[in-house]
Design a binder for this molecule. Sequence first.
Ligand SMILES: Nc1ncnc2c1ncn2[C@@H]1O[C@H](COP(=O)(O)OP(=O)(O)O)[C@@H](O)[C@H]1O
Ligand SMILES: [Mg+2]
Length: 258
Amino acid sequence: MTDAPIVKLESVGKSYGPVVSLREVSLEVGSNEIVGLIGDNGAGKSTLIKIMTGVETPTIGEVYIRGERIDFGNYSVKRAHELRIETVYQSLSLGTKQPLWRNFFVGRPMTNALGFIKVREQKRISRDIMRNTIGFRSEGIDVDTPVGRLSGGERQGVSIGRAMHFDSDLIVLDEPTVALALSEVEKVLNFIRSIKENGKSCIYIEHNIHHVHSVCDRLIVLDRGQLVLDCPSSSMKYDELIEFLRDLHFAKADDLLG
Ligand SMILES: Nc1ncnc2c1ncn2[C@@H]1O[C@H](COP(=O)(O)OP(=O)(O)O)[C@@H](O)[C@H]1O
Ligand SMILES: [Mg+2]
């Protein structure tokens, strides 16, 4: 089933006790598309991607990966990796004194027949991915640089490059630009563009509507656990999107006031 979407959700819902985090959300992520996920704090964005990436189990609904229905008794972050779905977290996994290349291979080192880590090979691959796949161009930084010397945006680049190397089809980014300076944000947006150029897909959660609109192929909006918009970015101008979100915001305030 090569034409099946990478991920498909069918009426997926999630409750935490009395708190309903997601309400029967249905959506698809196809191949080679960048999907922007928008919504206020508490809208259910993180919950949605946690279900896709094996962190959480839905209360109701079905998830299909490349057409295969997921058995949640047998789904996990590890299984999602095996199915080439990867979440990029804000922080890297190793200590800041460790060089970039080690972070690149953390948890999945290349070893020879005797179990020794193939340092030169790992450095060569890290260098190649950083330069050629994600277009990393930072003066004075190479694969031996300790992670502590990288800026926030550059660290995101390492994580994205890592996901690309491990051949993820779908890379999930939950607010990768939060707390970054503007020049850093630009770098991250370019790394996201490189995901698309390399034929992969991405789900990108972002508060800055301008950034989502400029980099994403498709926009999805969640409002209090409900999917309220799913359309190609090209079908909605930036101003229209802002207006849509503003209306949503007022409707929500009205509901809260009763
Ligand atoms: N582990 C949890 N236990 C209880 N409530 C949770 C938990 N995780 C999320 N929620 C609730 O679910 C709703 C959606 O949260 P979340 O998916 O993190 O939203 P977002 O990422 O859009 O800000 C919120 O009301 C949040 O408080
Ligand atoms: Mg969140």
